[in-house]
Ligand binder design. Structure first.
Ligand code: ADP
Length: 371
């Protein structure tokens, strides 16, 4: 090495050592501050807590914090504290009382926002304790519930509005018996739609609450399909659509019979509703690698690629006008999805406009353990 290189290396070494020493000193100082303000036993307790726990100082820094608070993005071991928590603590001291609030925390390179519930209890003039829990999922669930309530009210308005209009029409046409009969028929259809809508709303609320899958019995999938077909037969016959089955395999699943029949029936009724008269709907059952699949194939109108992802959402209809004609509520596939999830399964679609669609429900197979 040349003398210049030696000199550069020596300077770099010196600077490195100095920075290292400074960092160590800073850490040691933080340790000392933490130790003086927060006794050893308290630190042990804070570390053992499952929620995020931070001992906050009046200068808006953390005197001590546990791992969970770091994972939540609220505090770092060097004392850095999320401004939102520091702010709640300031106000808690001012008022001399416990304060609870939600704090938005940006995390990760994508800047995802999580909502953290923080409760700050002033301990004395110098320290406060902040306890934090991730509230993101609970908030999202609350938002979904609120949206659902809004959608339900909106969906109920349509048939109720139609019925009230039809009642007025009947009043106006009281003398014309033929017209009265026509309006009464339409009214009955709207009432049927309303009943179906209410039944499906109840079903989906139960499914989301997870309370309905209480029965888990051994089921012969073919018999589930037979029962579903019987339920959909009248609708198929009315449109002269033949229901063809391929039930050569006889797999078994562990599940709730009524829910599975309802899911398969929904798929068959959709296949019938969105197909032209005289066409064919095929229902087949298969089993592979301990996964049972029930496929419902139609030669109907098909579904645009852009709608395929969304049709499993509640109240989503690819073609609202047509769905209304078929008496659709927009809830059928969402019910199928929840039934599948509750059984540890999935539902998927393959479709091409003007060619047809195949909906496939998969479920974990059940094989009795060898004795
Ligand atoms: P709906 O009660 O309106 O049929 P679903 O949740 O069962 O509600 O279905 C959502 C939407 O998906 C329907 O409105 C329709 O646009 C589309 N869809 C469902 N099944 C089929 C199918 N077999 N063929 C074509 N479109 C379908």
């Amino acid at each position: 090495m040349t003398p210049v290189a030696w000199a550069v290396a020596a300077v770099a070494f010196g600077v490195g050592t100095l920075v290292g020493a400074l960092l160590l000193r800073r850490k040691a100082k933080q340790e000392v501050v933490a130790r003086t303000l927060v006794p050893h036993r308290t630190r042990q307790i804070v570390s053992a807590l499952q929620p995020g726990a931070i001992v906050v100082r009046t200068d808006g820094r953390a005197a001590y914090s546990n791992h969970a608070s770091a994972s939540l993005g609220l505090a770092r071991p060097d004392g850095a504290l999320h401004e939102g928590v520091a702010d709640i603590a300031r106000r808690a001291w001012q008022r001399g009382e416990t304060l609870e609030e939600d704090v938005e925390v940006k995390r990760g390179v994508l800047g995802n926002v999580s909502i953290v519930h923080v409760r700050v209890v002033p301990l004395d003039e110098e320290l406060a304790l902040a306890i934090a829990n991730d509230n993101t999922e609970a908030r999202a669930a609350e938002q979904t519930r609120r949206e659902f309530a809004v959608n339900v009210s909106h969906e109920l308005k349509t048939p109720i509005g139609a019925m009230s209009l039809l009642a007025e029409n009947i009043e106006d046409a009281a003398e014309d018996t033929e017209l009265v009969r026509q309006f009464a028929g339409k009214m009955r259809r709207e009432a049927r739609r309303l009943t179906k809508l209410i039944q499906e709303i109840i079903q989906i609320s139960r499914l989301q609450g997870g309370e309905s899958v209480l029965d888990h019995e051994e089921l012969d999938v073919a018999s589930v399909v037979h029962e579903a077909i019987e339920g959909a037969r009248l609708a198929a016959e009315t449109k002269n659509i033949s229901l063809v089955t391929d039930l050569r395999e006889r797999p078994e699943v562990l599940g709730d019979r009524d829910l599975l029949v309802m899911a398969v029936r929904n798929l068959i009724e959709n296949a019938v509703a969105y197909s032209d008269p005289g066409s064919r709907v095929t229902i087949s059952v298969g089993s592979r690698d301990e996964v049972v699949s029930i496929a419902v194939l139609d030669q109907g109108i098909g579904i645009d690629a852009k709608d395929q992802e969304r049709i499993f959402e509640r109240f989503y209809r690819a073609d609202p006008a047509r769905a209304r004609d078929t008496g659709g509520t927009g809830l059928g596939l969402s019910i199928v999805k929840h039934v599948a999830l509750q059984h540890g399964g999935t539902v998927s679609v393959w479709s091409q406009p003007a060619v047809g669609s195949t909906f496939t429900l998969t479920l974990p197979g059940f094989e009795e353990a060898a004795a």
